[in-house]
Design a protein around this ligand. Sequence first.
Ligand SMILES: Nc1ncnc2c1ncn2[C@@H]1O[C@H](COP(=O)(O)OP(=O)(O)OP(=O)(O)O)[C@@H](O)[C@H]1O
Ligand SMILES: [Mg+2]
Length: 236
Amino acid sequence: MLKIENVSVYYNKALAIENISLEIKKNEAVCVLGSNGAGKTTLLNAIFNIIHKTGKVFFNNINITLFPPHKIADMGLVYVPDKRTIFNELNVYENLEISAHKIIKEKGRKHFTKNLEAIFEQFGNLYEKKTLQAGYLSGGEQQMLSVAQGLIRSPEMFVMDEPTAGLSPKLMDAVFDFISFMRTQHITILIVEQNVNKTLKATDRAYIMEVGRIVDEGHSLKFLDSESIKKAYLGG
Ligand SMILES: Nc1ncnc2c1ncn2[C@@H]1O[C@H](COP(=O)(O)OP(=O)(O)OP(=O)(O)O)[C@@H](O)[C@H]1O
Ligand SMILES: [Mg+2]
């Protein structure tokens, strides 16, 4: 479904990621793990053309290497970056409605309401605060709203950069529950996370990054308590 071929990114002249190739099949959940600065966010930003890259990216066999980010999202490949994307002055409900405007236009309000119910069921905090201006939500709740904004768009594939950053253990578990729920809805997943063990248990396959390269890959469960994880995070 998503294929990345030989992607490299330079910041000024410094190499940030080098020759990354990976492939994610339909219905798979895949994670990218690695220590701070390994290049995980750079890789995701390169896929979505937020930064300049060399190499190629294909989504459902379409070459999206040069597509602008909004066009990629319209194709069903939705990205929740590590920075929050909410509008502070709008309330929770309005933030979700704005993210869903294309879905509402194409599939009707009923579809939106159904998605919204599923999201509110999972993230009770957002439901309770649906009429509160998003700027007044706690940091963790804002993070949750960013994830919900991606989900409301009915993605075919969902890409998340550290969706549990800053969340309490309870909300963190809500994110992982929601990932399980998305899998039952046949949404393909690519996730970058610091929460190594929970992420390995929630995904099928893992890629391990160290200083801009993929150094190992395989079934997620094989990496639980593995040496390559320890090395990637502790440097040996
Ligand atoms: N705009 C930029 N200009 C210059 N260097 C950058 C820029 N953005 C990132 N870098 C550098 O590129 C490298 C990879 O950064 P990146 O944000 O991709 O890492 P990461 O794996 O996402 O880390 P973290 O786990 O901390 O989020 C780091 O050394 C970082 O300092
Ligand atoms: Mg990052």
